[in-house]
Each structure stands twice: as structure tokens, then as C-alpha cells.
Design a protein around this ligand. Structure first.
Ligand SMILES: N[C@@H](CCC(=O)N[C@@H](CS)C(=O)NCC(=O)O)C(=O)O
Length: 164
């Protein structure tokens, strides 16, 4: 399986889950600062995924999976014994989806790209910071509870949503 990634951005989450689950990945670095975004072999990332953003997972049969949340769950489900995601039919599974969705929509898209692209200007960065504060407060309030409750249900490795 190939993971198209860029260093230090959201694709790292997929890399971490694969490493935790012991799933070998063929890593393909993408330069997301170049236009178009080029894979290390010179291809335009959009020739692999029309969305043109990382992470992109390419399965061995050629199928393409995008969106961090879908990729994390897919990888976790490949190795259930690693216990990174609760069982499909459990309530805890929806709890995990709840937090992954919160992180990808409310957090990730509140700061990316607004904080990292000077061309959007200081006002965009200030608004992003203002929006982020209450969202991080929510996370900070709930995280210890999530960790404690998952440690109570299982002494084994904690699922994705509970990791700091
Ligand atoms: N909805 C996508 C968003 C992915 C995303 O925003 N990726 C960023 C890196 S963190 C990216 O590739 N940015 C390049 C760009 O926007 O051109 C997901 O959750 O996977």
C-alpha cells in the first residue's frame, strides 16, 4: 500500500496509525508547496486523486482512498488485534467517529490553511486563532475523561481518539 504524504501535516496521522498497527506502507512524499503538488516521482498529485491533497492511500489493487478519517479507520480495521478502533457495531465506534470528525472539521479546517499561509493575511490568522480557542477548550475538557473511560473498558492499547 502506498501513502502519499507531506512531512509534518495531517497525513502524519495515517502514518502513525499504520506504524502502531504494524502495517508496512510504501511512503511517497508529495511537495504540497509546489504548484501543482508533485509526488517525488514527478507526477502531479491530482493524477492520483482529483482532490490534490494529502493523505492519499493507494491500495495494492489500485483503489484510492482519501480523507484522513476514512484512511485512519481503514488502516485500524486492517489490524483489529492492534485495538486502535472499537468494533464496528459498538457505541464506542461512534464515539471514535465523533472525535475524528470533530478534529478533521472543527480543528483541522479552522487552522489549515489560515495560520500557515501569510498570503491570507494577519486578519485571517487572528480569526482562525479565535475560532480555535473554544474548540481546543472542548478537546482539553473531554480528553482526560476519554482516556480514563477507555482505560477502564480495556487495559490494552487505547483507540485512536484517545491518544494525545
Ligand atoms: N479533507 C482532507 C483535507 C486534507 C488536507 O487539508 N491536506 C492538506 C495538508 S494537512 C494538504 O494537502 N494541503 C495542500 C493544499 O491544500 O493544497 C482530509 O481530511 O484528509
Amino acid at each position: 500500500m502506498k501513502l502519499y504524504y507531506a512531512p509534518g501535516v495531517c497525513s502524519m496521522a495515517a502514518h502513525i496509525v499504520a506504524a502502531e498497527a504494524g502495517i508496512p506502507l510504501d511512503l511517497r512524499r508529495v511537495d504540497i508547496r509546489s504548484e501543482p503538488h508533485r509526488v517525488e516521482d514527478g507526477r502531479d498529485l491530482k493524477s492520483i486523486s482529483v482532490k490534490g491533497v494529502v493523505p492519499v492511500l493507494e491500495l495494492d489493487d489500485g483503489r484510492i482512498l482519501t480523507e484522513g478519517v476514512a484512511i485512519l479507520l481503514y488502516l485500524a480495521d486492517l489490524k483489529p488485534e492492534a485495538m486502535l478502533a472499537p468494533a464496528q457495531d459498538s457505541f464506542e465506534r461512534y464515539r471514535l467517529q465523533e472525535w475524528l470528525t470533530f478534529i478533521s472539521s472543527e480543528l483541522h479546517k479552522s487552522f489549515s490553511p489560515w495560520l500557515f499561509h501569510p498570503e491570507y493575511g494577519a486578519q485571517a490568522a487572528d480569526v482562525a486563532r479565535e475560532r480555535l480557542k473554544p474548540r481546543f477548550d472542548v478537546l482539553e475538557a473531554i480528553l482526560p475523561i476519554t482516556i480514563i473511560s477507555s482505560a477502564t473498558v480495556s487495559a490494552s492499547p487505547m483507540p485512536i481518539a484517545s491518544r494525545s
